[in-house]
Design a protein around this ligand. Structure first.
Ligand code: T5A
Length: 206
């Protein structure tokens, strides 16, 4: 079972993924957590090239797309597929939908081309369930504002992040795998909703 979490900055993905991991583990399942960019050793290097705000020669939009895709192609082939073959629950913090939301709706690259490139990079591998954690951009950015150093994309404008939120909500209407969760709630309440959906969809023992 391949589960992905998506959403704007500060939506609470990392927090909820940890809770879901503990929940599934405590019921005896094999579970692994990963993320994009940076789910592999190569990916960690790519992540730094994309997100480090202190690199003088910053990637242009097109280079950014291909770096995310390079990270993804490597991640799918060397990590995700091998755990899925071993019947693990694979939970990824971001995947294909972030490229559509950030590079498509955020940077205004052609969405059909991005979908095509995603398909090549992943060899068509789609998640079984994608949670989109949704909240107001102000709230998300407030949650992360005290971090020591915001990365290159977190430093983008309010308008950029607003387009991304809108993008995720539009994407969510396209396929049945999406579950939009209002994350403007307590951590416990958000997790309760996620847990109920997982229990219902995969009929695991409570
Ligand atoms: N990107 C990525 C692209 O542009 N294209 C792509 O194809 C891909 C794959 C990745 C960046 O790359 C971009 C998107 C991103 O900008 P990242 O470091 O992985 O960078 O950034 P995020 O995924 O946005 O991670 P964040 O840590 O910023 O957000 P999370 O994981 O959604 O939030 P989380 O769980 O760390 O929570 C943030 C804070 O809020 C608190 C937490 O305790 C924490 O302090 N919090 C709550 N507070 C109140 N109520 C709740 N319900 C809360 N839930 C969490």
């Amino acid at each position: 079972m391949f589960i992905t979490f998506e959403g704007i900055e500060g939506a609470g993905k990392t927090t909820q993924i940890k809770l879901l991991y503990e929940f599934l583990k405590s019921r005896g399942n094999n579970v692994v957590i990963t993320k994009e960019p940076g789910g592999t050793e190569l990916g960690k290097r790519i992540r730094d090239l994309i997100l480090n705000p202190n690199i003088d020669d910053k990637p242009i939009g097109m280079s950014e797309i291909f770096m995310y895709l390079a990270d993804r192609a490597h991640h799918v082939e060397t990590f995700i597929k091998s755990y899925l073959k071993k019947n693990y629950f694979v939970i990824s913090d971001r995947y294909i939908d972030s490229t559509i939301a950030y590079q498509g709706y955020g940077r205004l690259f052609d969405i059909q081309i991005l979908e095509y490139l995603n398909n090549i990079a992943t060899q068509g591998l789609k998640p079984d369930i994608t949670f989109i954690l949704d909240l107001e951009v102000e709230n998300g950015l407030n949650r992360i504002k005290n971090r020591n150093l915001l990365d290159r994309i977190e430093q983008e404008s309010f308008e950029f992040h607003s387009r991304i939120r809108k993008g995720f909500l539009e994407i969510s209407k396209k396929e049945n795998r999406f579950c939009v969760i209002n994350s403007n709630d307590t951590i416990e309440n958000v997790f309760e909703k996620i847990k109920n959906i997982i229990v219902d969809k995969i009929k695991i023992e409570m």
